[in-house]
Structure formats: structure tokens, C-alpha cells
Design a protein around this ligand. Sequence first.
Ligand SMILES: NC(=O)c1ccc[n+]([C@@H]2O[C@H](COP(=O)([O-])OP(=O)(O)OC[C@H]3O[C@@H](n4cnc5c(N)ncnc54)[C@H](OP(=O)(O)O)[C@@H]3O)[C@@H](O)[C@H]2O)c1
Length: 328
Amino acid sequence: MDQSSHIKGKVCVTGASGFLASWLIKQLLKSGYHVIGTVRDPGNYRKLSHLWELEGAKERLQLVKADLLDEGSFDEAVLGCQGVFHTASPVFGPQNGSKSEIMDSAVNGTLNVLKSCKRNPSLRRVVLTSSSSAVRVKEKIDPNYPLDESSWSSVELCERLKLWYALAKILAERIAWEFAKENDIDLVTVLPSFIIGPNLPNDLSLTASNVLGFLKGETKEFSLYGRMGYVHIDDVARCHIIVYEDLAAKGRYICSSVVLDNNELGALVAKRYPWLPIPTRFDDYYEGKITQYTFNTSKLHNMGFKFKGIEEMFDDYIQSLKDKGSDI
Ligand SMILES: NC(=O)c1ccc[n+]([C@@H]2O[C@H](COP(=O)([O-])OP(=O)(O)OC[C@H]3O[C@@H](n4cnc5c(N)ncnc54)[C@H](OP(=O)(O)O)[C@@H]3O)[C@@H](O)[C@H]2O)c1
């Protein structure tokens, strides 16, 4: 097929080497986009080789060096792009990483990317990857009212519990909304819950290795909160593209298929893969502490969006491990 016949335009994806960004780039290339991916170390072949193997990469993928900590670093990458998908951010466990380390790259980094976007006259829209942790960390949640896009996590609670990752996601998203408003940038944000699915990079991302630990019976506390939303990586990537392409898309989009207690997740997954030593009881850890929240995802549903189920998330993840030679 003549590649030029279905080219859709030029977009930039920050943090191209990452778990989500790699899958997003795979889908963008498949649908005909020209993609500029930003990476910190373009010479790191092991970290980037999977991107060059993607369909369309040789013709329509370019990798450019950029670091969230350097102002102006993204100027070259975003120049001439109609769309910018800002996924790059340090990803740590709920209470890991130092506060300043996370804040610097997540919050100042987001501002740096947006400042570069402002200097790009071709820009049409920015899609920022936020997180459901910017929605669900709250002192009191009424279980009768699923959390929707109007909900913001409590900064005070994150500070008190030292949840630096969640705090960084809240503050990065907030600053992005402020900057976009002041500078007339068309911004849409995607708020995924815990992402599960095939891991394209050669090394497992933090979330993918947490899931592997869970499947091997090594993780005793799968979700610190006892309850978590889950979403297939393919849905998260697809959601980014849909909210970029749909001119009517506006505001925040919670991207989550299902919310489960750890015990529910353990029982469900253990039944499906009985040969794996998956823990089915987590009572010691969180009994009585669970907040019974769910998510209202009608904003995406109303756009015709359908989520894959938890079974497909695990099936596809396990299959991808087997494809890479794991004997799981
Ligand atoms: N995974 C989940 O379950 C989940 C759920 C909700 C939201 N999210 C959000 O989705 C996005 C991607 O997450 P992921 O799971 O794909 O994580 P990941 O695999 O760790 O990817 C994160 C990316 O950010 C880049 N990055 C980190 N610090 C940087 C810096 N100072 N300058 C430039 N790039 C930097 C990394 O680049 P290097 O390769 O150079 O380190 C990496 O490519 C993040 O914004 C995360 O908060 C993830």
C-alpha cells in the first residue's frame, strides 16, 4: 500500500520508550501518523529497538532527544506537529521516590512541554496523560456516587500520606489546565487507572513488573488502597487517539474498565490461571480500610467507546510474556 495515501499528519509523543507511549506509537503509526518520539537517550539501542520494529516505523518514526528537566528541550520535537501526546513522567510506586524528584520532572516537566507547544504555530491539540490517582485519593467518597471527571484528589491527603506520585499527577494536571487556559492551548487530559496489557519494551515497566509479581505470588499488597481500577493498554492508547481526533472532545476523560478489591481480583485471576500461585486473600493488609469507590466513565461511553475486560488484560499480558520466552 502507498504509505503517503493514508498519512494523517505529524504528532509528537513524549517519553517514547515507555510502556504506554510505545503502545500509543504502535497505534499512531498503524493509523498513518508521522510520529516524533522524544527520548532521553537516543543511543540506548536496548531501550528503543522495539520501536524500530513497529509497522511503519522506518518510514514515519523519528526519535529526538529531550529531557523534562531542561526548559526548551522539547522545542525541536514539537515544532511542526499538529498534536502533542505528553505521556512522559516519572512513574513510581505510591509511596516511592522523593517528593522533589517527582515534582521536578512531572510538574515542571509538564510546564516545559507546554511552553514548547506554545512556541509551535502548527499546534492543534495537546493530550496529556494524567491518572485516576488525580481523581480518587479522597478522605470521604460516597460509594453511591461513582467518581467522575469533576472529582479531584485531595492534595492535603496526598501530602499527609506521602503519596508523591499521586500528588505529582494532580499538580501536573492542574498546572497544565492553568497554562493552557492562559495561553489558549487546546488541551484534553486522559486519566487511566492501573494499566495492564502487553509490554512492548525489552524491560518490564514498573506496573508490568508489579503485575508479574502478583501472578508469581510475590506481591502481598497489590494495591496499597485495597481497591483499584484497571484498564487494557490498548484501550488507553485508543482513548488518547480518539480524544485527539474528535474535535468535540473537551476536558478530562477517566479511562478505566473495572474497579476491583484485591480479593476480587485475586479470586478472578487465580481461577483463570489455576497453575499460577496467585494470592487470593489480602485481608491482613487492608481489612476495613477500603474505600468502595467506582468510576463513572459515561463520558467515554457516550463517544461509543467500549472497554476490554479484565480477562483480556491478563490474557494479553501473559501471552506477551510467553511470546518473549517466559515460561509463566
Ligand atoms: N502504568 C500505569 O498503570 C499508569 C496509570 C495511569 C497513568 N499513567 C501515566 O502514563 C504515563 C506513562 O506511564 P508508563 O507506565 O508508560 O511509565 P514508563 O514505562 O515508566 O514510562 C515513563 C516515560 O517517562 C519518561 N521520563 C521519565 N522521566 C523523564 C525525564 N526527566 N525526561 C524525559 N522523559 C522522562 C521515561 O523515559 P526514560 O525511558 O528515559 O526513563 C519513560 O519513557 C505516565 O504519565 C503515567 O503517570 C500510567
